[in-house]
Design a protein around this ligand. Structure first.
Ligand code: ZN
Length: 374
């Protein structure tokens, strides 16, 4: 199906949905903004790995209710993760707020970077959390085609960053999330919340033992639909539709298909990484994960310059990083293979028609030479 047609179709369907929302429905357009770089910090900060400017992740949500009533949200975190678990940690205060408005059905809209939104973990969380945590009745998730242009969520990120830049221009230092929140709280018409590393880690930890099967044809999915009643059954299709034909909860248009998210928690295969982590403190693992997410390595040229505990940390880091990168690569290629299944299935993707957007380039590996770890 031509790319242009799909863009047109999506635009029309979502626009029509927005025009015809029920009182208990909302369209929630979500997106990560480009990080906000805090104003340059002092020497003590620059001693840390990861450079001298603290980066703040901004996740924005644009909620549209019936009669075009709008509510804007921005969640901010010093945690650099943009994975599916992170997305849902960022969504939590927004869904808290929406659940108090009488909304029972949410239509999520986002673009489709695989690391953040278009992946089996996000599908699983979509099929469980809205019902178990917030008691919503129905959700749909709509992936926009690549290069659809700027959405309303972009405007929220821009408003926050412009507001912060104005304050900095007036000699106000913005060095961390708390200062950004306090400075802007009452100056922009956006509900803002801080998301801590602990909140993201706790969701990530809860997923550690959840073994998920890759969903065939993931890259071609443009709409997911599920409900409290369906209990883990997720419908999906290559084009969105919001018509109410048929007598099931969701129409069957555009060759609707389905899968079941695995709810069974099974022990994950004991990986080398997890065995190394068993011997490390939680703080150290978090520190290592942060460095990986930011694409940093640390090279110590002379181990003798380190004290005993720093030397140990360094050695653990080198081993952990090497194994982690290897295991991640292994896991990625596994997914690729399983996302293009060999068994004949109605939703088997056509390998010649790789019409998905390229995955975001991984941050180029940065290397930092340090003589001290602390
Ligand atoms: Zn339909």
């Amino acid at each position: 199906m031509p790319h242009q047609y799909r863009i047109f179709h999506q635009y029309r369907e979502i626009k029509q949905k927005k025009e015809n929302l029920r009182a208990d429905e909302c369209v929630l357009q979500i997106d990560f903004s480009e990080n906000y770089a805090c104003k340059a910090e002092t020497e003590t900060q620059s001693m840390h790995f990861g450079g001298s400017r603290k980066q703040i992740s901004l996740h924005t949500c644009h909620a549209m209710f019936r009669d075009h009533v709008i509510r804007c949200y921005c969640t901010l975190s010093e945690d650099p993760r943009h994975c599916a678990e992170s997305v849902w940690a960022h969504l939590a205060p927004v869904l808290d707020d929406l659940s108090k408005t009488g909304i029972t059905t949410i239509h999520f809209v986002s673009d489709g970077p695989t690391t953040q939104y278009r992946n089996k973990t996000n599908f699983y969380l979509l099929a469980t959390l809205p019902f178990t945590q917030w008691n919503f009745d129905q959700v749909t998730y709509n992936f926009l085609e690549a290069s659809h242009g700027k959405g309303p969520a972009d405007g929220i990120g821009a408003a926050i960053k412009n507001g912060a830049d104005r304050l900095v221009a007036h000699r106000k230092d913005i060095l961390d999330v708390k200062q950004l929140l306090e400075s802007l709280q009452n100056t922009v018409n956006v509900k803002m919340y801080e998301i801590s590393t602990a909140q993201i880690s706790s969701l990530a930890d809860s997923m550690k033992d959840v073994h998920l099967q890759p969903v065939p044809g993931t890259m071609k999915i443009h709409q997911l639909m599920t409900s409290k009643r369906l209990q883990g059954t997720v419908f999906h299709r290559h084009l969105p539709c919001f018509c109410s034909s048929g007598d099931s909860e969701f129409c069957t248009c555009h060759s609707r298909m389905k899968f079941q998210v695995e709810n069974a928690k099974c022990k994950r295969v004991d990986s080398v990484v997890s065995r190394i982590e068993m011997n490390l403190s939680r703080e150290l693992v978090t520190k290592f994960e942060k460095r990986i997410a930011e694409g940093y390595d640390v090279i110590i040229e002379d181990l003798d310059t380190l004290d005993e505990s720093s030397r140990l940390e360094y050695l653990h880091w080198k081993v952990w990083r090497a194994v982690k990168l290897q295991e991640d690569r292994g896991a990625d290629s596994d997914d690729d293979i399983q996302d293009c299944p060999v068994e004949s299935d109605s939703d088997e993707p056509d390998k010649s028609d790789q019409d998905w957007e390229p995955e975001e380039a991984s941050p180029s590996a940065k290397t930092q030479s340090q003589t001290s770890l602390l």
